[in-house]
Write a protein that binds this ligand. Sequence first.
Ligand code: PBG
Length: 312
Amino acid sequence: MRETHLRPGQLILPLFVDETLNEPAPIPSLPGQFRYPCEGLGAVLDRVAAAGLGGVILFGIPESKDETGSGAWAENGVVQRALRSAAASHPEITLFADVCLCEYTSHGHCGLLEGETVDNDATLELLARTAVSQARAGADFVAPSDMMDGRVAEIRDALDEEGYLDTAILAYSAKYASGFYGPFRDAAGSAPSFGDRKSYQMDPCNVREAVREIVLDVDEGADMIMVKPALAYLDVIVEARDAVDVPVAAYNVSGEYAMVKAAAAAGFGNERVLGLEILTAIARAGADVILTYHALDAADWLTRSADRGSEE
Ligand code: PBG
């Protein structure tokens, strides 16, 4: 009678690689998650392969930042190094690379600044350059999370021109200006130094606009689209699933994970039950793929019992 089934293969684990590290360092705002050295993902990738996850998505923490975020497309950048090492050691794992400038810019915004405003069109070329360098380093998917308009088309053109015809694009299409990214910005050191991201990320009040963004990204060549965050936007996932026929991904973001961890630590809930119930709800709403910091735990919970998470 059960209608929704979670599988480890639909879960993708976000991983942070940090150029300054020689060994993994725990992330205080994301209990159970670590920053890893660029060439130090081996052990966690072994676990990802054994769990049968759908892949990993890499985020970089560079040693130094500048105005233009040049570390994002450096041939020897933090994510490029990690991709090369992971592709060589674990060719069976699908590698996603997040494409954005905010972890690499000194001001923490996702694009080039013109005064205190992000210059959408000038940013596109830099995002395309970043995506191409990630494809060259071994990314199977590039995943633009910047929310600039027109970046999917620009990235698709650049990839094709460089011969990366088979590198796919997962577009963060409906990414909201959300309070749920706090622990991530802590982990990646990517909080904007002034202002906010509301000129390029979406207003939480809007769902028709999300559908418009999603359809535009599919028209521009996205192979998969994403709704982010997930839990507070289940209605947007439903609309997304309805609007397009490409796979729909949802990002169970850092704040959603941290809330479950905090509730469990305070004794207000059971991490396994809450975690599986939330992931099941995201899948039930229509997400084919879920990016979640709980991916390894969930794979473990799912294989240990036939539990869908809503009991207890
Ligand atoms: C980069 C980016 C962010 C996240 C993924 N890519 C942060 C942001 O937009 O501030 C957030 C992921 C999470 O909270 O888990 N633009």
